[in-house]
Design a protein around this ligand. Structure first.
Ligand code: HEC
Length: 251
């Protein structure tokens, strides 16, 4: 229901733009679009009771609500459901990571979605679908929360006081990989449309590309990853990775 209302409010021109710019093959859904079935969540509840509840509690409130409510949403919103699934599969149950079948992990994810009041639908959640499902709050897409690990592309510049900044930076996008992303096409980063954000970079001298002591690629388009902290008048990123595209910034 909610999503029909949203769609009706979006101007037709915007829909055309979205259709023209997103990848044509598969559509992106959100967790509000009925991405699991009630039967699947019921199976997931049995898996949860057998494999998770003794640590996470019957009402999912264990470890300061890691699996439910605001804490769950702050950890996972503005990301794809794939990230949540992979983390659960890779690290849980804590005493026996990756010990369940993919089907069981999918069912548990369905159960966690149901417990967080996302509606069931007509089709079961599958591994193939995970990458195309966005986790979003009731309000729809929002800015990534503070302390989240993000990736941003922008122009590396040095301020008068010697501090490093990313100017003309893109909107921060959530990532789960703090390191240099293997296989990224760095020339594509050089071509990315400039944004309007500006971030102060913490630890640029430590998390530098190239050997220690070499000059930072000032005036070049770079990909920065790190922990986001936005305060009024001071948006910063505590860097975990900094890589240059090799191309100069164009203004
Ligand atoms: C033996 C105890 C134990 C079992 C069993 C267990 N967990 Fe956990 N889980 C933990 C601990 C400890 C943490 C870490 C809590 C923290 O860091 O705040 C955790 C954290 C998590 C997180 C949050 C991770 C993050 O970084 O946000 C998720 C999601 C999770 N568990 C899911 C599950 C699921 C699903 C199952 C069942 C398949 C499960 N766990 C079974 C102990 C357990």
């Amino acid at each position: 229901m909610r999503c029909m209302i949203l769609r009706l409010q979006i101007p037709v021109g915007f829909l055309w733009l979205v259709a023209a710019t997103t990848s044509p093959a598969r559509g992106v859904e959100t967790v509000w679009d009925g991405v699991y079935t009630a039967a699947q969540a019921a199976r997931g509840e049995s898996v949860y009771s057998a494999e998770c509840s003794r640590c996470h509690k019957d009402d999912l409130s264990g470890y300061r609500n890691a699996l439910i409510g605001e804490r769950f949403m702050d950890s996972w919103r503005e990301d794809r459901l794939e990230s949540f699934f992979s983390l659960v599969k890779r690290t849980m149950p804590r005493n026996a990571p990756a010990s369940l079948s993919d089907g069981d992990y999918l069912d548990v994810v369905a159960y966690v979605l149901q417990a967080n009041a996302f509606p069931p639908g007509m089709k079961e959640l599958t591994s193939d679908a995970l990458g195309d499902i966005k986790v979003e709050g009731k309000q729809g897409p929002q800015a990534v929360p503070n302390y989240a690990l993000v990736e941003v592309v922008g122009c590396l510049v040095q301020g008068a006081g010697g501090e490093w900044f990313l100017s003309d930076a893109t909107e921060p996008v959530r990532t789960r990989d703090p390191g240099d992303s293997a296989g990224t096409d760095m020339s594509a980063i050089g071509r990315k449309t400039a944004g309007s954000h500006r971030f102060r970079l913490l630890d640029a001298d430590v998390v530098r590309p190239g050997p220690k002591g070499s000059p930072l690629p000032q005036g070049q388009r770079v990909e920065a990853k790190g922990f986001l902290m936005r305060k009024p008048g001071d948006d910063s990123i505590n860097l975990t990775s900094l890589r240059s595209s090799g191309s100069a910034c164009v203004r």
